[in-house]
Design a protein around this ligand. Structure first.
Ligand SMILES: *Cc1c(COP(=O)(O)O)cnc(C)c1O
Ligand code: SF4
Length: 339
C-alpha cells in the first residue's frame, strides 16, 4: 500500500482509536517510561503472559515516575504475586457462567440484565474478575447480540439493560447506535446503564459524537464509571465527566477495594470528593472477587467494615459508597455492615 493511502486510513481513525492502538503492552517499555528499575519487578514477563499488560498513554501520564508503589501503577503492572496459586481463588468466582440464559447475557437480578458487549477493554486491571472469562465462547462478545435482544424482548419484567464487558465504550459509535436503537424499540426497557472504565482510562473517547449517540433515544441513561483512586481523575477526565453530566447522563462510580491502592479512609475520602467535583456520586465499593492471580489485592472483611466506618465519620452520607460483595446464588450484591 502506498504511504499516502496508509496515512489516509490512519487519519480516518478517531483520536481515541489511535490512542488505543498505541496503548503500552510491553512491561519493560512501561518501566522505561516511568524511570523504574526492573529489579523491583521480578517475573513481570511471565506474569503478563496469562493476562497481557495494557494501558493507554493517558493513564501512564497520571502515574508518578520513579515510584514503584504508585496506586495507579499497582493496578496495571504485572507482578510476580499473580503467579501464586490459592485454592480459594477460582476462574469464575461469582457464578456468572450459571446465570446466562443466552450466551453473553447475564440475568442474575430482578428487573435488570447485563449484556456482555465485548471482551475488550482500554486497560487491563490486574485484579479483574474477568481476566479468566471465556469471552471467545459467547456470541455477544463478538457483537452478535440478536439472541440477547430477543430474550430481553420476551422477558417483559426486564426494564433495565446494563451494557458491560469488557468495556462497552470500546465499541464504535455506529455499533452503539445500533444497539441503543434496538433496545429503545422494546417498550418495557426504560433504562440503559453503561458500565465503563473508559472515562478515567481513555477520556478522549468521550466525544461529542458519543454523547449524541448515547442520548439519541428515549431511554434514561446512567453511566457507572470505575475509579479506584482520585489520581485517576485528572483535568481531562474531569472535563469528560462534566460533559456527560451536562448531557443529562446520571453518573455513578464503583470502586474495588484493593490492598496497597485504596485501603485507607483518607484515600477513599479524597476519591469521593474528587468524584463529586466531577459530577459523579459514589455507588459501590466492591470487595475483591476471589479471582485466581489477584489474592495479593485482598482486604479482609473486618478491615473493610472498619474502613467504611472511618469513612462515614469523615463524609456526608451521599459521599459514602455502599460496601458490597458478590456471592453466587444471591438475589443482589450483599452489603457488609458493622456487627
Ligand atoms: C452487578 C450486577 C448487576 C447490577 O446490580 P445493581 O445492584 O443494580 O448495580 C446486574 N447484573 C449482574 C450480573 C451484576 O453482576
Ligand atoms: S473489565 Fe473493567 S476492571 Fe476488568 S480489565 Fe476491563 S476495565 Fe479493568
Amino acid at each position: 500500500m502506498p504511504k499516502s493511502t496508509l496515512y489516509q486510513l490512519n487519519s480516518l481513525k478517531a483520536d481515541w482509536q489511535q490512542q488505543l492502538s498505541q496503548a503500552i503492552t510491553d512491561p519493560l517499555e512501561l518501566l522505561n517510561l516511568l524511570d523504574l528499575d526492573a529489579t523491583d519487578f521480578p517475573l513481570i514477563q511471565q506474569a503478563s503472559e496469562s493476562f497481557q499488560l495494557k494501558l493507554p498513554r493517558a493513564y501512564v501520564d497520571k502515574i508518578e515516575p520513579g515510584n514503584p508503589d504508585d496506586p495507579l501503577l499497582k493496578q496495571v503492572m504485572a507482578t510476580a504475586a499473580e503467579l501464586d496459586t490459592d485454592e480459594n481463588y477460582c476462574a469464575d468466582p461469582v457464578g456468572d457462567l450459571q446465570s446466562m440464559p443466552v450466551p453473553g447475557l447475564l440475568h442474575k437480578y430482578h428487573g435488570r440484565v447485563l449484556l456482555i458487549t465485548t471482551g475488550a477493554c482500554a486497560i487491563h486491571c490486574r485484579y479483574c474478575f474477568r481476566r479468566h472469562f471465556p469471552y471467545s465462547d459467547n456470541h455477544s462478545a463478538k457483537n452478535q447480540w440478536q439472541e440477547s435482544i430477543t430474550y430481553i424482548d420476551q422477558n417483559t419484567d426486564v426494564s433495565e439493560v446494563i451494557l458491560s464487558g469488557g468495556d462497552p465504550l470500546i465499541l464504535s459509535d455506529s455499533k452503539l447506535q445500533q444497539l441503543i436503537d434496538q433496545l429503545n424499540s422494546i417498550d418495557h426497557v426504560t433504562t440503559l446503564r453503561i458500565h465503563s472504565r473508559i472515562p478515567v482510562t481513555l477520556p478522549s473517547r468521550i466525544t461529542d459524537q458519543l454523547i449524541t449517540t448515547l442520548t439519541s433515544s428515549n431511554l434514561q441513561i446512567c453511566m457507572v464509571i470505575h475509579a479506584n483512586h482520585s489520581n485517576e481523575i485528572g483535568d481531562e477526565e474531569q472535563t469528560a465527566l462534566r460533559h456527560l453530566n451536562q448531557a443529562g447522563i446520571t453518573l455513578l462510580n464503583q470502586s474495588v477495594l484493593l490492598r496497597g491502592v485504596n485501603d485507607c479512609s483518607v484515600i477513599l475520602s479524597n476519591l469521593s470528593h474528587r468524584l463529586f467535583e466531577s459530577k459523579v456520586l459514589p455507588y459501590y465499593l466492591h470487595m475483591l472477587d476471589p479471582v485466581q492471580g489477584a489474592s495479593h489485592f485482598r482486604v479482609n472483611e473486618k478491615q473493610a467494615v472498619k474502613l467504611l466506618k472511618d469513612l462515614r465519620n469523615k463524609l456526608p452520607g451521599y459521599l459514602v459508597p455502599c460496601l458490597v460483595k458478590e456471592t453466587a446464588g444471591e438475589k443482589s450484591k450483599l452489603p457488609l455492615f458493622e456487627l
